[in-house]
Ligand binder design. Structure first.
Ligand code: SF4
Ligand code: SF4
Length: 141
């Protein structure tokens, strides 16, 4: 490339608005159908476990608190999820969805990649139980 052309491009670039976005200070609204973080509604879940069995990347675990009263907690691993939405499509009870607003998932701590969904008291029960000596994991079946 001739030096003159290069110089011309440089001067032009100095007075042109950047094509890039000043993220994270400026954000555009995500498309409606964007597949962001998985979200779960424990009130509708019947505990059939199909989502967990069908997930190709083992990103979902369904933990049972009380099978008879349909109390479940979902442990979701966003770092394993490939955002295929297979679980969303197969759940017949519409418990699952992929948020188009929760898509900023970068984190410097591993805790952000282990997400518990469910009723507050059920999550607390499972975490307390898991913290007891001799019990490493909440029940998962
Ligand atoms: S497929 Fe739906 S109803 Fe069945 S365990 Fe998963 S979230 Fe619950
Ligand atoms: S979107 Fe795909 S990879 Fe992610 S949890 Fe659902 S089935 Fe698994």
């Amino acid at each position: 490339m001739a030096i003159g052309v290069l110089f011309g491009d440089l001067v032009k670039a100095l007075f042109t608005k950047p094509a890039t976005q000043n993220y994270p200070f400026t954000k555009t609204i995500a498309p409606e159908r964007l597949r962001g973080k998985l979200v779960y509604d424990p009130e509708k879940c019947v505990g059939c476990m199909l989502c967990m069995k069908d997930c190709p990347s083992n990103a979902i675990e369904l933990l049972t608190v009380d099978k008879i009263n349909k109390k479940f907690v979902m442990r979701y691993h966003p770092d394993r999820c490939v955002f295929c939405a297979q679980c969303v499509q197969l759940c017949r009870f519409n418990c699952l969805n992929m948020s188009n607003s929760l898509w900023e998932m970068a984190s410097t701590t591993k805790e952000a990649f282990e997400v518990y969904y469910g009723r507050e008291e059920d999550i607390a029960f499972l975490l307390e139980r898991a913290a007891q000596p001799g019990i490493n994991e909440p029940p998962c079946e």
